[in-house]
Each structure stands twice: as C-alpha cells, then as structure tokens.
Design a protein around this ligand. Structure first.
Ligand code: PEP
Ligand code: MN
Length: 331
C-alpha cells in the first residue's frame, strides 16, 4: 500500500512510518508511506493523516502504472528521457575502460558522432577470477577526464558495495549490473544517491523480481530509476542470452520506469547486434546501449560482441528512421 500523507513534518511522517513498519520517503512534494502489498485496508489510525492511498496486487508499487500512469521523466544531467520526451538515448562505448589511449580513441569517436552519453566499465563483474577485472578507481578518473575533454555524460557500473560511493561520486548515471542487482548494499546506497540509476535485469530474474529490485531504490528515496533488459538465460546456447522483448512489452505496460535495451550482452556476437538494435528501437524505448571498441579483437572483456567503429557508425545512421517511425527521436 502507498499512502500520501497530508502536509506534516518529517518527524511526524517518520513516527507514523515506524508505527506501521512502513517505508517513509519524501517524493519531492509530500511524505509517502509504503507498506507491503499484503496490506489491503487503510489502518484506521492513519485516516486523519491520509490525503490519498493505493492498494496493489503485488509489490510492483511505486514503479507501477496503477500508482503513476505516466512514464517517469529522468534528467541524466541535462539529457531527458521518459515522460513526454519521446527520446531514445543512444549510449555507446567499450565494455571496459582499458587504457587512456583506448578510452580516448573511443570517446573521441562517439563524441564525433554526436553521442551524449558514453559508457565503460571500471569494476567488471567477471565470471572468472582470472579474467580482466577492470581498472577500478583509475578507470573512473579516466572516464571523468573524457567527460571533461568531450562533454559527454558518463555511465559506469558498480560491482560491489566496497566501491559504490566512488562510482556514485564520479559517474553521471550509476549502472547496477545483471550479476549485482540482488546486492542490497548496492541497492540501498543507490537509493540514497542523488544520481539516476540504471538497473540491469539478472539473467535468471523474473520481471516481478526485477521490478522489486527497482522498488528498493525507489522506496529508499531515489525517484530516478531506469530498467535495462540485457537478455535472460534460456535453453538456447547458440547466442549468449535471449533478449526478452516480450518482457520489455510487459515492463512498458505495467511500470512507469524508462527502459533501456542492451542487445550487445544479449547476443554475445557482433554479427547480430545491429539487427537487434533496430528491433529494440522499433519497440519505442527510452535508450539503447551498444558496446563498441576501437579494436574489438584485442578487447579485454566481451571481445566477441563489441562493434568496431565502422559497424557502430553504420548502425548509428540506420537508427534514426526506425525511431521516427514509432514516434521517437534518437538523441
Ligand atoms: C556491461 O554492461 O558491461 C555488463 C557487465 O553488463 P551485464 O551486467 O548486463 O552483464
Ligand atoms: Mn560488457
């Protein structure tokens, strides 16, 4: 249950929250109490403090269209997605920040195409301990340097709670990876961050579980959450994962959170990424994330799926008419 409280002090709101074992947050306009969806009736002693309230069939609450019908508008440092913007934001960059030379070549190329947001991982959640783990804080500093040099905004990933504050401090948008989306230390730190958060769906995560992870961030007081579908694990091994476009349709129908699609990690091979990218944009989405490396053959992570710059540029030029055909604009 979500309850909008009548105008009251923070202390009063917190006391009511504690009494009813409910989350208490300020949504920018009012204090809000959020309790489990198993609560179906407004407690009698809250009636006098209540402006409005909503009952839910499950714990898709703050993120649900039943609560707020319009897709949230999210400001990514001057770049708007969601709401009535009809923007599809293209995010490009390599899987990992590997060196100053590599990241500058990539950033310079993406900036030359006019991209507004640049990606690159510094803390890589690798499946093997022997694989490249990322440059850590040195990588964050390199990304910040690229932001200063080229003016693009930065999105980078947090891997575990030990460095979550560094990532929050350096980046413009915090990415929570598919393997970290259940880490409550990360979710809670991101809930307090004053930065937008893009949360990627775990590859064994149901849609309901995915939305509930987002609810941890929303209920902790951060309104700016974006969902990212990046492929789930199915019986099929020919491709790395299976991009769940049905799931995207479900998320669009049932949640008010902007949605970014990542065909690179779903496909796992560069050859399918451009076709999938166009299919994603044709769904009318808020953003598209594509991995691209100046020389994919020598990439230290996700080498097989990264587009080279020629392939990226070709894809880039083909996206505009697709977005326009469904009433969106590539930015
Ligand atoms: C990435 O974006 O490079 C990444 C590791 O993604 P995911 O969490 O989807 O595997
Ligand atoms: Mn990657």
């Amino acid at each position: 249950m979500i309850i909008h409280l009548k105008a009251c002090s923070e202390e009063q709101a917190k006391a009511l929250g504690e009494k009813h074992k409910a989350f208490c947050m300020f949504d920018g306009e009012r204090h809000v109490l959020i309790n489990s969806s198993s609560v179906k009736e407004l407690p009698a002693d809250l009636e006098e403090y209540t402006e409005d309230y909503w009952v839910f069939p499950n714990d898709n609450q703050l993120a649900s269209r039943h609560y707020r019908n319009e897709t949230r508008t999210i400001d990514l440092g001057g770049i708007r997605i969601g709401g009535s913007s009809q923007n599809t934001l293209l995010i490009g960059g390599p899987c990992s920040v590997e060196s100053e030379d590599q990241i500058r070549t990539s950033a310079s190329f993406m900036n030359g195409l006019g991209l507004k947001m640049f990606r690159g991982g510094c803390y890589k959640p690798r499946t093997s301990p022997y694989s490249f783990q990322g440059l850590g804080i040195e990588g964050l500093k390199l990304l910040a340097k690229m932001r200063d040099e080229f003016g693009m905004k930065i999105i980078t990933e947090v891997r575990d709670a030990s460095h979550v504050q560094d990532v929050i401090d350096y980046t413009d948008v915090v990415q929570i990876g598919a393997k970290s989306m259940y880490d409550h230390g990360i979710l809670k730190a991101c809930a307090k961050a004053r930065k937008p958060v893009m949360i990627k769906r775990g590859f064994g995560t149901t849609l309901q579980e995915f939305v509930q992870a987002a609810e941890f961030i929303l209920s902790g007081g951060n309104n700016d959450v974006i969902l990212c579908e990046r492929g789930i694990r199915t019986f099929e091994h020919g491709t790395r994962f299976t991009l769940d476009l049905c799931g995207v349709a479900w998320l669009k129908e049932h949640t008010n959170l902007p949605i970014i699609l990542d065909p690179s990690h779903a496909m796992g091979y560069a050859y399918g990424v451009a076709d999938l990218g166009r299919a994603c944009v044709a769904m009318g989405i808020d953003g598209l994330l594509i991995e691209s490396h100046p020389n994919p053959k020598v990439a230290k992570s996700d080498a097989s799926q990264q587009l080279d710059h020629e392939q990226f540029e070709k894809l880039y030029h083909s996206l505009k008419p697709v977005a326009e055909s469904v009433g969106y604009r590539m930015i």
